[in-house]
Design a protein around this ligand. Structure first.
Ligand SMILES: *Cc1c(COP(=O)(O)O)cnc(C)c1O
Length: 456
């Protein structure tokens, strides 16, 4: 098969799990723009963030300079339950594609939550516990974040209240039950348990809910409940920091194999797995030590990078969160209901937004039927049933490998396989039944979202 003399799977040893996270902001010349207070439009201070977020996490959120932040022992011990994750040389996929390219993927689906989100969930739960909090609140869309956080909260004996986007709550009862099994309470959003939820329900009675709306409800509940704070599974700088474990392990495993990648690919919803995967590589790029092509892959139905605006916007529909400068479709944007494949958030990580704006990475948007074709091919060759989100990255990895077939170039492609798709079988079913359709918003649709951007 492949001419590369590397094992199918490269595992680091347990002792080689990185001891520190890497904060790519430390190497960025232009730092991501600060959060603004939605009332005063001034940068949010740590004190202003304190009612919402845990103290230590605020420190990490605002730290634009410290390059390495030590992973506390308690988190490291938990990481050992499911890390290091394997770097897999996709020989079977390469063979099926008949490509000279070398394809590797970092597989983050080897834990019960089935995705990379546990990497940050355990860190956030740890800092909440350390602060002596009773519990945390959060939102979840497809349910991976809520699942990961419920596992993390169970480990540290923290209470967890999850607001789950209504359509997922109804369509994904199994995710919901996993969360409840780990002890979380799960409320469909919008709900009548919060002011903002009641307001949204009154305005849009039949709404399916959205991530932005569930965030508003979770934040409101945290602020109004004694001993609670709000935690978020993507977008934030702190989450990219925790997810850097993916990239650090990937780099260590590639170094072990003596391989330098040419192209690094990841799917982008809020940007946390991609940000984590690319961090150490981007660091080298920023320091002028190496060059890589870095590609973010997003759904054509929710194209924050490729068709969004780089502007200050609310992180949530209810406009209770601070303003973040990011590539955004506007906080009112709701992807069309036929969008099955995850990655439906209107905004994007401020760190990645800045890097993209500086031209240090690229982005492509792909249609969901093409994504599921890639998922099917991947499942049939490499054996793993991929999450729809991850399959966006698979799509572009395959496309790049096929380009190599035409040019005869022997490029090395690394992509993030963020998780498994066992809870996404309704989406697979519509693909298998050929009832899945693609929806690309018109410029007019997008203008409606942009019209809601705050004037800063
Ligand atoms: C949440 C999720 C994503 C997207 O989130 P990012 O913050 O963009 O990484 C991708 N893949 C899986 C499996 C997920 O659960």
């Amino acid at each position: 098969m492949s001419k590369l003399k590397v094992p199918y799977k490269t595992y680091l040893s347990e002792d080689e799990i990185p001891k520190s996270w890497y904060n790519v902001r430390g190497d960025m010349k232009t730092k991501p723009a600060p959060f603004l207070n939605p009332g005063t439009h001034q940068p949010m201070s740590a004190d202003e963030l304190r009612p919402v977020f845990c103290d230590e996490l605020i420190k990490q959120e605002l730290d634009n300079d410290t390059r390495f932040i030590e992973i506390p022992d308690e988190i490291y011990e938990f990481y050992k339950m499911y890390r290091p994750s394997p770097l897999v040389h996709a020989e079977f996929l390469e063979k099926a594609l008949d490509t000279p390219a070398h394809i590797f993927y970092k597989f983050e689906g080897n834990n019960t939550s089935g995705s990379h989100k546990l990497n940050s969930a355990i860190a956030q739960a740890y800092y909440a516990k350390k602060q002596g909090l009773k519990g945390v609140t959060t939102e979840t869309g497809a349910g991976q974040w809520g699942t990961a956080l419920s596992m993390a909260c169970a480990f540290f004996n923290l209470d967890l209240k999850v607001f789950m986007v209504k359509v997922s709550y109804e369509q994904k009862p199994f995710r919901r039950e996993v969360m409840r099994t780990y002890g979380a309470s799960v409320t469909p959003s919008p709900s009548d348990t919060t002011e903002v939820g009641r307001k949204i329900l009154a305005e849009f009675p039949g709404t399916n809910g959205s991530l932005g709306c569930a965030i508003s409800e979770a934040v409101e509940t945290a602020v109004k409940t004694e001993g609670y704070r709000y935690v978020l599974g993507s977008v934030l700088n702190q989450v990219l920091l925790h997810q850097s474990i993916i990239g650090l392990e990937t780099k260590a495993a590639l170094d072990k194999c003596g391989i330098k990648p040419d192209i690094i690919i990841g799917c982008a919803g809020g940007g946390s797995n991609l940000g984590g995967l690319i961090s150490p590589f981007m660091g080298e790029k920023l320091r002028g030590e190496a060059d890589y092509r870095i590609i973010a892959v997003e759904p054509a139905s929710c194209p924050s990078f490729t068709r969004g605006r780089y502007a200050y916007d609310f992180a949530d529909t209810g406009m209770v969160c601070p303003l973040a400068k990011m590539y955004t479709l506007g906080h009112d944007f709701m992807p069309s209901p036929n969008h099955a494949g995850g990655l439906r958030y209107h905004g994007m990580s401020p760190i990645l937004s800045e890097l993209y704006d500086e031209g240090l990475m690229e982005a492509v948007a792909v249609e969901q039927t093409k994504v599921f074709e890639a998922a099917e091919q991947f499942a049939r060759t490499e054996g793993i049933l991929p999450a729809p989100e991850s399959s966006h990255a698979i799509r572009v990895a395959i496309d790049e490998a096929l380009k190599c077939k035409e040019t005869g170039e022997e490029k090395t492609i690394v992509f993030g396989l963020t998780g498994t798709g066992y809870f996404d079988m309704v989406a697979y079913q519509s693909f298998n039944d050929k009832t899945m359709s693609d929806y690309i918003p018109t410029d007019e649709d997008l203008e409606k979202g942009f019209a809601g951007l705050p004037k800063i």
